[in-house]
Design a protein around this ligand. Structure first.
Ligand SMILES: [Zn+2]
Length: 294
C-alpha cells in the first residue's frame, strides 16, 4: 500500500492507495500552522490510515515548495515550513524513510502513472491557475533537477513579445519581469481584461462567454501559452503535455493550442499531444503516493 499526502496551505489530504491505484481510504484535515504541528499531524494520520486499512504503507508527500540539498524546505508558501528539515523530522516521527516532491511534480507523476499520460515516456505536466507550475516525468521518474526547479516553466520570460506586450511589461513576485506566469496565470488575465474592457469578470466567466472581448482575451491567453509551451517542447519534445489548474478547464485550449505550439516550435512535423488531466484535484495526493515504486 502507498500513502500519499498533499500538504496544502489550508487543507491537507491523505490517501491510502492500493495496488493499481485504487482508493482505499481518504481523509482531509485542516493543515497545522507550524512545523512541529505539521509533523505531528502527518504522523497521526499515517497511523490512522494504516489502522483503517490494516496494512503498512510507503509515505509520499506533496509540498508547495521544494527541498534544498541540505534537506530543508524552500520556496514554500506555507512559510512556517521554510528552513525546517521536514523530511528528516518525519523520518524520525514515523520510523521510516519518506519521499517528498513539489505539488507540480506530483501532478505530473500522477498523470504519467495512471492518468491522462499513462504509459508515455516523456510527460510535461503543467498547472496554470492562480500561478503557473510545471513538472517533468521521464520513464515514470520525476526530473527534479540540480536545484529542485526542474519543469518550473512559469518563470521563463514570455517568448517573442509583441510591441503591445512590451509596452505592458509586468513585474513578477520572483523579482524578474515578464515571467510567463505574469501573462497566463488567471489573476493577470482577469486584470488585463478589466483594464481593456472596464469589466471585472472571473476567468471562468470570460472563457464561457461568446462576447468579442472575451473571445479575444482567451485567444491572447492561448497564444501566450503556445509561445511558452513551444520553448519547452523544443527542449523536451514531450510525448504528452497534460494541463491542470483552472485554465485547463477552457475547452478551446485543446483545439487551438496544439497547432499554435507546432507553429511556434521547431520542426515538430505535427501538433504535440496536449490533453486535460484525468485526476483533477486528486493529482497532488495521488502523485505523492506514486513517489514510491510498487
Ligand atoms: Zn517570475
Amino acid at each position: 500500500m502507498r500513502i500519499g499526502i498533499d500538504l496544502g496551505g489550508t487543507k491537507t489530504e491523505f490517501l491510502a492507495m492500493g495496488p493499481g491505484g485504487a482508493d482505499l481510504w481518504r481523509k482531509r484535515v485542516p493543515t497545522a500552522r507550524d512545523h512541529d504541528g505539521t509533523v505531528r499531524m502527518i504522523a497521526e494520520l499515517v497511523r490512522e490510515a494504516e489502522t483503517a486499512t490494516g496494512a503498512p504503507g510507503s509515505v509520499g508527500l506533496a509540498i508547495p515548495g521544494s527541498e534544498t540539498a541540505a534537506g530543508t524546505i524552500k520556496n514554500a508558501n506555507s512559510t512556517w515550513l521554510i528552513g525546517k528539515p521536514l523530511r528528516a523530522d518525519l523520518r524520525a516521527a514515523l520510523g521510516r524513510e519518506i519521499r517528498l516532491a513539489n505539488d507540480a511534480n506530483c501532478f505530473a507523476l500522477s498523470e504519467a502513472s495512471d492518468g491522462a499520460a499513462a504509459g508515455a515516456g516523456v510527460v510535461f505536466g503543467v498547472i496554470t491557475g492562480t500561478g503557473v507550475g510545471g513538472g517533468i516525468v521521464v520513464d515514470g521518474k520525476v526530473l527534479v533537477g540540480a536545484h529542485g526547479i526542474g519543469g518550473e516553466w512559469g518563470h521563463i520570460p514570455l517568448p517573442a513579445m509583441t510591441d503591445a506586450e512590451r509596452a505592458d511589461s509586468r513585474a513578477c513576485y520572483c523579482g524578474k519581469r515578464d515571467c510567463l506566469e505574469t501573462w497566463v496565470a488567471g489573476p493577470f488575465v482577469e486584470r488585463e481584461f478589466a483594464r481593456l474592457t472596464g469589466r471585472a469578470l472571473p476567468l471562468a466567466d470570460i472563457a464561457a462567454s461568446d462576447g468579442m472581448e472575451e473571445r479575444a482575451t482567451v485567444t491572447r491567453l492561448i497564444d501566450r501559452l503556445a509561445r511558452g509551451m513551444a520553448t519547452m517542447v523544443n527542449i523536451l519534445d514531450p510525448d504528452v503535455i497534460v494541463l491542470g489548474g483552472g485554465v485547463s478547464n477552457i475547452a478551446r485550449l485543446y483545439d487551438d493550442l496544439p497547432p499554435l505550439v507546432e507553429t511556434y516550435g521547431f520542426t515538430l512535423g505535427g501538433p504535440p499531444k496536449i490533453v486535460k488531466n484525468r485526476h483533477g484535484d486528486s493529482s497532488g495526493v495521488r502523485g505523492a503516493a506514486w513517489l514510491w515504486p510498487a
